[in-house]
Structure formats: C-alpha cells, structure tokens
Design a protein around this ligand. Structure first.
Ligand code: ADP
Ligand code: MG
Length: 252
C-alpha cells in the first residue's frame, strides 16, 4: 500500500471509493495534497483522474472514504459552510467552459457577482486585474470566447478561476489542445502564479513537459488505484509497467 500522507495537508483524501451503477471507478486510495505544492495527477485514459477531481470538489458523490479540505470533511458540512470552502478553490475544467454569450470580462466577473456583494466598479477592477495577471493582451477583455485562440481561452478560464483569490486551483488537462508553445507558456503561467500567489495547484495532465517544469510531486492513477506518488525522479524509477512505458517508452 502506497503511503501518500503528509503533515498539514490542504487536501486529504482517505480510502476514497467512487462508483457508477454496479462499478467502482475509484477503488479506495488515499492521497494528500500539500499546501503550496503543484501536484500533477497522471494515469491512462479512464483511470479516474477527472472523477477524482470532480469528487474532491463535490460534483460527484463518493461511496465511502473521506475528503478533508483545509482540515474539514467537505461533504459533511452544511450547505452554507460548503459554499465558504468552494469560494477558496478555483477550477479549470477539461473543456475550458467559458460562457459563450459573455465577454471575457463578464466571464471573469461572474463568480464575483455570484459570491460577493460589491459595487460594479470594484468588481470590474478586480476582474481586469485577473485578466492582466494571466497575461491576456489589452483588449481581450471585450472579446467573446468564439473570438479567442485556444491558449487565450485557457488563460481567460484561469482568470475566472482566480477571481475569488482561491487557495487551491484545480486544473483538468489545461494544456490539452494547445500547441507546444502555447502549452509551455501556460506552464510558465502556472509556475509564476504558484510563486507569486502561493497557490496550491492540483493538475491533471497528460503533458510530460508540464510534469518536468511545474510539478513538485506526481500522483499516478491506474484503474482507480494509486500506482505511485512522489517526485518526478521517483516516478521515473518506478517498477510499475505503465509508468515505465510512460517515461521510457514501450520496451521491445
Ligand atoms: P480520466 O482518468 O481519463 O479522467 P475519468 O475519471 O473521466 O477518466 O473516468 C474514469 C472512469 O469512470 C471511466 O471508466 C469512465 O468511463 C467512468 N465514468 C466517468 N464519469 C462517469 C459517469 N458520469 N457515469 C458513468 N461512468 C463514468
Ligand atoms: Mg479526464
């Protein structure tokens, strides 16, 4: 059994089981996310990376186990306290998911409008600050998602995820669909946000470059179990056949 526990975790997953109908797709693993780290989550397609992420943020029900966020069992909290925790994380889903009928500025303003009561001018100023922070060019704030490149959509979605000053950001394959330069730029952005804002980042990724450049630790999932967790060097030296293939290519 892999020991993935750590002192003072910001997220603590214990014996997590998640299933659909008659099948468990997450089969009882435990994992901690440390405050201030970028944790990369890898694994074959269908291994449960997105399901785990969605369960941690309360979008999917678990069958058993516990998930503590900031020291508290998230799903057991009353609705009002859950909302308080939800405000402390930002999420960037696999599909980017901006509201297509809203401009970039309106998209980034949206969570502020939903969660906080503040004057319109202040809301706009905060949203503009986040748009600038993620490196979108001047003028992009007034564009609609259909007018943006793939890289700009990811940045705008990240600006929205940062709108409420979260402690934790969840990213589900943020560089998928970007060209190598766009992906490298996005990685640099994540790294600079971690350094500048002290963010904890939980990042599902397929991208080996992202693992090398931004991740402090990596967790590998396989068929709903935790195969391995550790540094890049540790995972590269793992005996697990999938990890061997992933890092060193299939053996002849
Ligand atoms: P990935 O590691 O590629 O992100 P997922 O976490 O999306 O994989 O999926 C893990 C498994 O759970 C897959 O077998 C997938 O088909 C199944 N699954 C995911 N979401 C649902 C759902 N809403 N209903 C039924 N099965 C699901
Ligand atoms: Mg996925």
């Amino acid at each position: 059994m892999i020991d993935a526990t750590t002192p003072d975790p910001i997220i603590s997953i214990r014996d997590l089981v998640v299933g659909f109908d008659g099948r468990n797709v997450i089969d009882g693993f435990s994992l901690d996310v440390r405050r201030g780290e970028v944790l990369g989550v890898i694994g074959p397609s269908g291994s449960g990376k997105s399901v785990t992420l969605r369960t941690v943020i309360g979008l999917l029900p678990k069958r058993s186990g516990t998930i503590e966020v900031l020291g508290r069992e998230y799903s057991a909290l009353p609705r009002k306290q859950r909302v308080e925790i939800e405000r402390r994380w930002g999420v960037l889903f696999q599909q980017g998911a901006l509201f297509s009928a809203l401009t970039v500025l309106e998209n980034v303003e949206f969570p502020l409008r939903e969660h906080l009561d503040m004057p319109r001018k202040l809301r706009r100023d905060i949203a503009r600050f986040k748009i600038d922070l993620v490196g979108l060019p001047v003028g992009a704030e007034n564009l609609y998602p259909s007018e943006l490149s793939g890289g700009m959509i990811k940045r705008a979605a990240l600006a929205r995820a940062l709108s409420l000053d979260p402690d934790i950001v969840f990213l589900d394959e943020p560089t998928a669909g970007l060209d190598p330069i766009g992906a490298a730029r996005f990685d640099e952005l994540v790294l600079s946000l971690k350094d500048a804002l002290g963010l904890t980042v939980y990042m599902v990724t397929h991208d080996l470059d992202s693992l090398v450049t931004v991740c402090d630790r990596i967790a590998a999932l396989g068929s709903g179990k935790l195969l391995e967790v550790g540094t890049l060097a540790e995972l590269m030296n793992s005996d697990d056949p999938w990890l061997q293939d992933y890092f060193h290519g299939p053996r002849a």
